[in-house]
Structures are given as C-alpha cells and as structure tokens.
Design a protein around this ligand. Structure first.
Ligand code: HEM
Ligand code: SF4
Ligand code: SF4
Length: 530
C-alpha cells in the first residue's frame, strides 16, 4: 500500500536504519524490530533492580538521602551498580517507548481494527513518566526537591486536593515522614499499574513477544552494566527545604518536561498534555482507512481443525462447539472487531484449494472483499502478462516493496493469505515457470506472522505444507520493505534468469476447460481494471 509524505519518509528512515542494524546484529536480534519486547525487558530490569534497592533504602526524610549515598559510595559495586541500572533502564524505556510508537505509526499498524494496541499504549506513556518522576522524589537530593516542588505545584493548580500539597515542601519542618511514605507508596503503586496497562496493551495480539531473543537481552543487559560502571548514577547534594536549589542536572529522558513546566503557565502545560493525548487518541480514526471486511466462516467447508485459530496474528478467531449438526466437535468464530482482514486464516485453511472448479471455490474461512476465488482469478489473469522463458509470477504483499501493481503480479494484504496449494496450482498448471513470494520486511512483518508462517509452510514445518511435488527451486521468497524496490527488482531478475536456464517443468497439466473459460474472463476483467 502506498504511503506518502511524512509517514513515508519516516518509514524509509526505519527501513534503512534497520537494514544497517541487520548487518550489525543479524535480522533476529535487530533492536528496532524488537522494541515492544525490549520495553518489557527494561520494565523487568527496572522492577528487579528496584526491589534490590528497596532492601537498602530508608524511608525517613533524612534517612533516605543517607541510605542512597551509602549504597552509591560504600557499596558501589553491587548496590550502586543496581541504582545505576535502575536509572538507565528507566531512561532507555522512555526512548524505546517513543521509537516503538513512532515505528508502529510509520508502518501504519495503529489504525482500523488495530486501534486497541495504540489506544492502550497512550496511558502507558504517562505511567512511564509518572513512575520515573516519583522515583526521582525518593532520592531526596536537590534534584528531588526541584522535581517534588515543581510537580506538586503543577498538581495543585488542578485544585482537586483539599490542601495544596506543595505546602509540604515549603519548609523542612512541614515535610513529615508520613508524606514521604506516601511518596514511596506511589513509586511502587504506579509501576504496578503500569505493568497492568502493559498487559492490557498486548491483549489483542496472539503470542505477543514480551521478551527479546536471548542474544539481544544479553547485549542490552551488558550495555547497561558497562554504562552503569562507567558513569554511575549519583545524587546532587542533600535536599534543603530552607533554600531553593539554584541549578540541578536534569535527566533528559524522564524529566525533560520540567524546564517547560517551570517556564510556562500551568494552564498551558495541562492544555499541552490534553492536546497531545487527544491527538494520539484520535489518530487511529483519522482518514484514510483502508481495511476490508472481516473474515467470514463457511461452515460447510470447515471441519474445526483450528489451523486458522493458530495462525491468526490478532487473536480474532476462536474455536467454539459445533452448531450445524455436521459430524465435527468444533467450528470457528471470527470476532469482527479484531479482524484486520489480512487473510492469513484463508491461507491456513485446508479447504482453500485452488484446484477446485471455480463454481465450488468456497473455503472454510474467506475474506469478503478478496475471496479465494478472486485471488485465483487474479493469478490466472496475471499469468497472461507473462511470456518467453523464465516467466515469474509474483505474489506480493501490499505493504512491501512489491506493493505497486505490475506485470505478472498479484498484490494481496499479506502473502501468507496465499495457500501453498496456490503455488502448486500455478506451477503445475504451467501458468508460470516459477513463483516469487514477495513479502514485506522479514524483520517485522506488517501482519506479524506472514513471514514466519510462509517460510514454515514452504519448509514443510507448518500446516498447510507446500506439497513435495512442487520443486523448491521454482519458488523464491523475497522479503523487502518499501524502500528496497531495487533489491526486489534485482532478486526477481536473478530468479527469472535461473528459471530460464532450467529445463521445462515436466509435470504440467494444463488448465481444464472450466479453468480456461475462467482465465479468459479474468483476463478481460483485469484489462478492464487496468
Ligand atoms: C514501554 C512501553 C511499551 C511497551 C513495553 C510496549 C510493548 C508492546 C509489545 C510487546 C507489543 C507486541 C509486539 C509484537 O509481539 O508484535 C506492542 C505492540 C504495539 N504497541 Fe506497544 N508498547 C509500549 C508502548 C506503546 C505506546 C506508547 C504505543 C502508542 C501509543 C504503542 C503502540 C503499539 C501498537 C499500535 C502495537 C500493535 C502492533 C500490531 O498490531 O502489530 N505501544 N507493544
Ligand atoms: S483475516 Fe483471518 S487471520 Fe487475519 S485477522 Fe482476520 S481472522 Fe485473523
Ligand atoms: S482452518 Fe478452515 S477448516 Fe480449520 S477451523 Fe479454520 S475455517 Fe475451519
């Protein structure tokens, strides 16, 4: 699908950066393709280091600072290290969170039925900030004093507290240990709520990846430990409520809003927060919207095998007891609110066979806006474009480098929508000498599992398998993002040359009469369409 303007530019930037990082880390460990899982890893590092720090932390007003100095200076090699880890992992979480958000936006993975992950991500932003800010209070150094007074003054302007809370910080004798205990409580309760929100955030994603691959986990942890020893986190002198701190060093990840809060009227700050949040909330519903109708189940062709349930990336299909009296225990049900119309379920269904006569071409689960029958008709029509030696028919993903219409090309929402039997059909009916399956980037498939399921089906590791009679040298998968059109063209060219050099495929069984009629009609339709 074509994207223009800012989004296309940002997406190209990601594509390029990711290719570069692929070379450095390998596709599996590419951090830009693992931002969600990295966010979770960082949360756990922050939580574990926080629990360890709590063992040494004293919650009294005067004791807090002393206890943190003690662990930073006297026990720098374990407790001091943990403090730095706690701080730097929190900082990194902010960075990872925003890059993840911008990436999901630029890859257009936030709108339509996917609104849920986007909307539930928004409170996560504020809870990450709140967790960090309350953490800075606890050190009770000059920075903590600055953060506590600035944030409570801002809160007081809301007028929702009976007494202004900033009053607690006016003079040393006004800050009670009880209030300090409340601050500690908030720094535990808010991250717990954050965890709950993060859990809600991934509820509409099948098997959401919540831990990065081991290698990337080791690299992240290693980098944090090295960073922590190299530049240990320190305090900025004990807080003194009798004086106003003149200058403090800011944590630009978690506290970057503070200089703004200080210098603009609080009404502007609140308005800014509200506008930012409302714009984010509105984004999934801003035009243009491009999703087709939700998948439909055809019970006459469904035996309840649950392959579609396992393959749907968005937890949109459930197995339910049979209702139509056919001799199977189960059938499936699609939740239209979750279905993004990727068609992966159709590619998974054993009833999706293009070898059936066109009139009977109904499968167990189908897309109303792009049914299997139409896909097959498009394939037959696209084959008309091909001539000479080395004819390549391309099954293309609408989100990758091959998204634009082209000769001998059929574009679909996800290449995993094409059942492997369609490739068998193309080759065994002699529609082309080879089939190129041109998906989007393998680092992070637009539909999460399109890449993985296609590769596994072709490797005969996941049902439905590509049948053994299909010669693998006549099938090529090319995974290329929108900025990789040149590589796609090169690889398609090489594939065509290889096919041209091969002897003719022997087992061709040409189209039968029905298929021939269908082909002619499809070709007419395609010409009219183009
Ligand atoms: C530190 C905070 C966050 C964490 C730990 C996190 C984690 C995750 C994880 C683990 C996934 C699933 C990835 C997968 O398995 O494919 C995900 C998906 C997603 N996240 Fe976040 N996320 C965070 C913040 C946000 C924010 C702030 C937004 C935007 C407002 C956002 C938007 C999304 C979207 C739209 C998806 C869905 C992608 C899809 O449908 O394929 N996330 N996130
Ligand atoms: S089209 Fe099928 S696989 Fe894709 S989201 Fe809808 S139900 Fe799931
Ligand atoms: S894959 Fe097809 S046959 Fe199997 S449960 Fe889904 S719709 Fe039914």
């Amino acid at each position: 699908m074509k994207t223009t303007g800012l989004r296309a530019t940002v997406r190209r930037g990601f594509d390029r950066a990711e290719r570069g990082l692929d070379r450095l880390f390998g596709a599996d460990w590419n951090p830009l393709a693992q931002l969600g899982p990295l966010g979770w890893l960082l949360f756990w590092i922050v939580a574990a280091s926080g629990i360890y720090l709590f063992i040494f932390f004293d919650t009294g007003v005067t004791a807090a600072y002393a206890s943190i100095e003690w662990l930073t200076v006297d026990h720098w090699w374990h407790a001091g290290l943990t403090r730095s880890l706690h701080r730097y992992a929190s900082d990194l979480m902010v960075l990872v969170m925003f890059v993840h958000m911008i990436r999901e936006w630029s890859f257009d993975r936030y709108r339509g039925k996917r609104w849920f992950s986007w909307i539930t991500g928004i409170p996560v932003i504020w809870f990450v900030y709140l967790s960090g800010i309350t953490g800075y209070w606890l050190v009770w150094d000059k920075l903590a004093q600055y953060v506590a007074t600035t944030s409570t003054e801002l809160l007081d302007t809301l007028g929702i507290f009976g007494e202004p809370i900033a009053r607690n910080f006016l003079a040393p004798e006004l800050l009670s240990s009880r209030f300090f205990t409340l601050m500690v409580f908030l720094h535990i309760a808010i991250p717990l709520l954050l965890l709950l929100l993060m859990w809600v955030h991934i509820q509409r994603i099948t098997d959401a990846r919540t831990s990065p691959p081991r290698g990337l986990t080791a690299i992240t942890l290693g980098a944090l430990v090295v960073g922590s020893y190299a530049i240990p986190a320190t305090s900025q002198g004990a807080a003194d409520l009798a004086t106003v701190p003149q200058s403090v060093g800011i944590d630009w990840f978690l506290l970057s809003l503070f200089p703004v809060i200080e210098s603009v009227p609080s009404g502007v700050v609140w308005a800014g927060v509200a506008i930012f949040t409302l714009v984010l909330i509105g984004m999934p519903w801003m035009p243009p919207r491009r999703e087709g109708g939700a998948a439909e189940v055809f019970l006459d062709h469904c035996n309840g095998c649950a392959r579609c349930v396992a393959d749907c990336p968005y937890a949109a299909i459930t197995l339910v007891p049979r209702t139509d009296g056919l001799p199977f225990t189960h059938q499936v049900e699609v939740n239209p609110a979750r279905c993004v119309a990727c068609g992966i379920c159709m590619g998974a269904c054993p009833s999706s066979s293009p070898f059936r006569r066109s009139g009977d071409l109904v499968t167990g689960i189908d897309l109303p806006d792009y049914p299997l029958a139409e896909l097959r008709a498009d394939v037959i029509a696209a084959a008309q474009d091909l001539e000479g030696k080395g004819r390549v028919l391309t099954l293309a993903c609408g989100h990758g480098a091959a998204a634009a219409p082209g000769k001998g090309r059929v574009v679909m929402p996800c290449v995993a929508m094409a059942p492997p039997s369609l490739i068998d059909f193309i080759i065994s009916r002699g529609l082309a000498d080879g089939v190129a399956v041109a998906g989007c980037s393998e680092r992070d498939c637009f539909n999460r599992y399109g890449f993985a399921w296609t590769e596994a089906r072709f490797a005969r590791e996941r049902d439905p398998f590509l049948r053994r009679r299909v010669p693998l040298e006549r099938v090529r998968t090319i995974w290329a993002g929108t900025s990789e059109r040149r590589r796609l063209a090169d690889e398609l060219g090489t594939f065509a040359q290889e096919l041209a050099a091969m002897p003719e495929f022997e087992n061709v069984r040409p189209l039968d009469e029905d298929e021939e009629t269908e082909m002619k009609a499809a070709a007419v339709k395609r010409r009219a369409g183009s």
